[in-house]
Design a protein around this ligand. Structure first.
Ligand code: SF4
Length: 231
């Protein structure tokens, strides 16, 4: 069975058909791989910090940086706000791009101080369409990081898109790989119920499928839970 490279047809699906397809793909992945139980963290703030630290690196490096922040008692908005930038950068060095990420973390805590007096959980009460553009004003926070904060830290139904999502959709002829971020996000959000738990699990399953089967150079379609959705 080869990799599908059909013309992109995803946007031409009626939402009902797309809902049925995306739901079926989700159920196939879940039945085959089981629940992912992603993003264990001790607080919403830790999850938001993790969303920034994971930019351009793997989660193991993020965990090392988070451990350093915990040991230094710097994993609160108040502590991070008062910590000098160079000390913060040194603590998060394992995550890479540490000076840039230190500035981004500073931007996050300034935002939290201004918007919710440092209590990130209060943001969960805001409307998603109001909150997302606000997060995107923080320097260095792009759509994927903003959606990760919204979904994982705040429990908002905002679908997270990454390169793995794009690769799988494109190989199934649903959307071109270079489709704009928000268009890929809408592809899911226009069709599926706004369920944060499902969006969380869906993204995790796509990442697992991409890492274990949908490899960049040599996709393992025969063993993949999504093989029945190829042409
Ligand atoms: S490896 Fe899986 S997800 Fe990737 S193209 Fe093949 S069947 Fe689809």
């Amino acid at each position: 069975m080869g990799v599908a490279r059909a013309r992109p047809v995803g946007l031409h699906f009626a939402p009902m058909n797309r809902e049925a397809l995306l739901t079926s793909m989700y159920q196939s992945m879940l039945a085959s791989l089981g629940e992912s139980r992603w993003w264990p963290a001790e607080s919403p703030f830790e999850m938001a910090v993790g969303a920034i630290l994971t930019q351009n690196t793997n989660w193991k490096n993020v965990e090392r940086a988070i451990d350093n922040l915990k040991t230094a008692r710097a994993l609160t908005p108040e502590a991070m706000a008062t910590l000098p930038s160079d000390e913060l950068a040194a603590l998060i060095q394992p995550s890479g791009y540490f000076r840039v990420k230190a500035q981004r973390l500073k931007g996050l805590v300034t935002f939290l101080d201004q918007e919710c007096d440092g209590d990130i959980s209060l943001l969960a009460e805001r409307d998603l369409d109001e909150l997302r553009p606000m997060l995107l004003t923080i320097k260095g926070i792009g759509p994927e990081t903003a959606d990760s904060i919204l979904l994982y830290a705040l429990g908002q139904p905002s679908f997270v898109v990454d390169a793995y999502t794009r690769r799988i959709l494109s190989r199934h002829g649903l959307l071109p790989e270079d489709t704009h971020y928000d268009e890929v996000r809408d592809f899911f959000m226009d069709a599926l119920d706004p369920d944060p738990a499902m969006f969380n699990e869906y993204h995790a399953l796509l990442v697992r499928v991409a890492k274990d089967f949908c490899l960049k150079k040599a996709p393992q379609c025969e063993a993949c839970p999504l093989r029945e959705y190829l042409d």
